[in-house]
Design a protein around this ligand. Structure first.
Ligand code: NDP
Length: 388
């Protein structure tokens, strides 16, 4: 029987919800491109419930305990005396969400001889040291596509929020004011702007599709070029790399995974080549940008705005400079954890566990590391320093 250690974010400050704002979720059975949404044999939760917090338990307890497994759920993940560190040495499976990541460093993995499977309930497994996971013979899997559209919607919201100066204008209302000039002195239309995405995978392409009706000019860079039919349909300009693309753009959105190729990509140098007053939206991973370089670029006016929901570390400390830098539209890491997304990634986590315990293959599109190498989606989108 296995021990499953599940690290989730805390319940709401006022306690686990007893009612919700809406009664149901739309039924979505496939993603753009045709991949089906998760297909577990069964689920023990009601879609629309809060599943990503400790009391939500990703809806897994009944399923796991009915099979004799042990489920430990905690939000306590930092420091040598954390529940994560205390429970890890005999854990077989670790489940974590990028919003509240259980950083599975090489040191932690080395202390967990039984650890065979790390599941990301969501997308983005950079909180797992993939080289160490490969060395340890682990499988790493994530629920590919489960929240890609959720993030794309957040990117569109943040793009409009920054360009139109929404949050400061909303603050004027909250403060009881009515100074129109205060609101509009930094407000523009998105129409006609040059908008580029670093990476046009599931999220990046969904962002491009959603922004196209705003009559903007769309740009992208990616390791693999999109089909010509999509480039034509969306009138896309392809650039061989970010350095070639960003000088042309009024808005840049980052939608690439964090891996050795993308870490630190947006430092002083690249930011300095952007148009003065460009906007940067990063819902991918914080370490793709240089924290202090972004702060400097906002203060100097090189960037007119920065928004996103990804920080390092997470949770971000109270004195993180991004909390107080000017012209930002940051949220905590929430874009991929809407109640809609939670229903999909909880079901996907269950699907992965069902396959794992039955000894049947995990869907190839969910795999990041398997069989001692990058596999499935991981082989397509990530890089490691481990030779494959
Ligand atoms: P995909 O795997 O569908 O897309 C990632 C894309 O990035 C791929 O097209 C890949 O290229 C491309 N890419 C990889 N390396 C580079 C590079 N060096 N330069 C340019 N492009 C590159 O993933 P998603 O779109 O679903 O998610 C992307 C990332 O967004 C995740 O890895 C995660 O970090 C983040 N994310 C954030 C969430 C949030 O809540 N804020 C939730 C979900 C995801 P190719 O495959 O062509 O090689």
């Amino acid at each position: 029987m296995a021990k499953i250690l599940c690290v989730l974010y805390d319940d709401p400050a006022d306690g686990y919800p007893t009612s919700y704002a809406r009664d149901d979720l739309p039924t979505i059975d496939h993603y753009p491109g045709g991949q089906t949404t998760p297909t577990p044999k069964d689920i023990d939760f009601t879609p629309g419930q809060l599943l990503g917090s400790v009391s939500g338990e990703l809806g897994l307890r009944t399923f796991l305990e009915s099979q004799g497994h042990t489920l430990v759920v905690t939000s306590d993940k930092e420091g040598a005396d954390s529940v994560l560190d205390r429970e890890l040495p005999d854990a077989d499976v670790v489940i974590s969400q990028p919003f509240w990541p259980a950083y599975l460093t090489a040191e932690r993995i080395a202390k967990a001889p039984n650890l065979k499977l790390a599941i990301t309930a969501g997308i983005g497994s950079d909180h797992v040291d993939l080289d160490a996971a490969i060395g340890h013979g682990m499988t790493v899997a994530e629920v590919t596509f489960s929240n890609s559209i959720s993030v794309a919607e957040h990117v569109v919201m943040m793009t409009l929020g920054l360009v139109r100066n929404y949050l400061p204008s909303h603050q004027v209302v909250l403060d009881g004011g009515w100074n129109i000039a205060d609101c509009v002195a930094r407000s523009y239309d998105l129409e006609g702007m040059q908008v580029g995405t670093v990476a046009a995978g599931r999220i990046g392409l969904a962002v491009l599709r959603r922004l196209a009706p705003f009559d903007v000019n769309l740009h992208y860079t990616d390791r693999h070029r999109l089909p010509e039919s999509i480039e034509r349909e969306l009138n896309l300009t392809f650039h061989p790399d970010a350095a070639d693309m960003v000088p042309h753009c009024d808005v840049v959105t980052i939608n690439a995974p964090l891996h050795p190729e993308t870490e630190g990509l947006f430092g002083d140098k690249l930011l300095g080549t952007m148009k003065r007053g460009a906007y940067l939206i990063n819902t991918a991973r914080a370490k793709i940008v240089d924290r202090d370089a972004v702060d400097r670029a906002l203060r100097s006016g090189q960037l007119a705005g920065y928004a996103g929901d990804v920080w390092y570390p997470q949770p971000a400390p109270a004195d993180h400079p991004w909390r107080t830098m000017p012209h930002h539209g940051m949220t905590p890491h929430i874009s991929g954890s809407s109640l809609s997304a939670q229903a999909r990634y909880a079901a996907g986590t269950r699907e992965i566990l069902e396959s794992w315990f039955a000894g049947t293959p995990i869907r190839d599109e969910y795999l990041i590391v398997d069989g001692g190498r990058l596999a499935g989606a991981g082989a397509h989108s990530y890089s490691t320093t481990t030779p494959v």
